[in-house]
Design a protein around this ligand. Structure first.
Ligand SMILES: CC(C)(COP(=O)(O)OP(=O)(O)OC[C@H]1O[C@@H](n2cnc3c(N)ncnc32)[C@H](O)[C@@H]1OP(=O)(O)O)[C@@H](O)C(=O)NCCC(=O)NCCS
Length: 163
């Protein structure tokens, strides 16, 4: 089902598109106003998953200090379970390898690999299935880190992938 899939960098002026995709995916979504300054952060990049010129998800990553972090990843409900999330992460790793700064001190001739971090709610089974399949490991826990709209609190898992 990933035929015709294109993973491409977000274009300038696409903050409204990103905000609308985010809204389809999160109860507490980022607004266009919140996204604009994020796009300008040093080391940040966004890749969009598109099929038939229709955007179906995106990933935002920030690299710096020899490591990188997934700030958000989302795929619209109608397109889930078709490995778009996996393709977005794989394309981000390729982007980091191509444009990222080397880990310091880098062994001579070493590839420019840097660890990729993220945080995920403990109950987010779909995201956790994706991250586990891709080799992310739990490296920490933040109890009561998230507060849901009903007031419920939830632990955040910190995860790391060392490519
Ligand atoms: C997490 C997300 C990006 C995954 O995107 P996707 O394109 O569906 O990802 P993939 O198809 O590559 O993998 C999805 C995995 O979730 C599993 N999955 C889907 N729905 C599930 C559910 N309700 N419970 C458990 N697993 C589920 C799929 O089976 C698949 O894992 P597996 O094939 O290894 O078993 C998408 O579900 C999403 O946007 N969720 C809402 C936003 C979000 O939670 N983002 C992550 C925040 S940390």
């Amino acid at each position: 089902m990933t035929r015709d899939l294109v993973i491409r960098p977000a274009r300038d002026q696409e903050s409204a598109l990103l905000a609308s995709l985010h809204k389809e995916c999160f109860a507490k979504a980022w607004s266009k106003k919140q996204i604009i300054p994020m796009l300008a952060m040093p080391g940040a990049f966004v890749l969009v998953a598109e099929r038939g010129e229709k955007a179906q998800g995106f990933i935002m990553v920030r690299a710096g200090g020899g490591e990188a972090e997934i700030l958000t990843i989302c795929v619209v409900p109608a397109a889930r379970g078709q490995r778009l999330g996996e393709h977005l992460i794989t394309a981000s790793l390729a982007h980091l390898l191509a444009y990222g700064e080397p880990i310091s001190p880098a062994p001579e001739n070493a590839a420019k690999v840097m660890p990729l971090f993220l945080e995920v709610a403990e109950s987010n089974q779909a995201a956790r299935a994706l991250y586990a399949r891709m080799g992310f490991e739990i490296v920490g826990k933040r109890p009561n880190y998230y507060r849901h709209e009903d007031g419920r609190q939830e632990t955040a898992l910190m995860m790391k992938l060392q490519p």
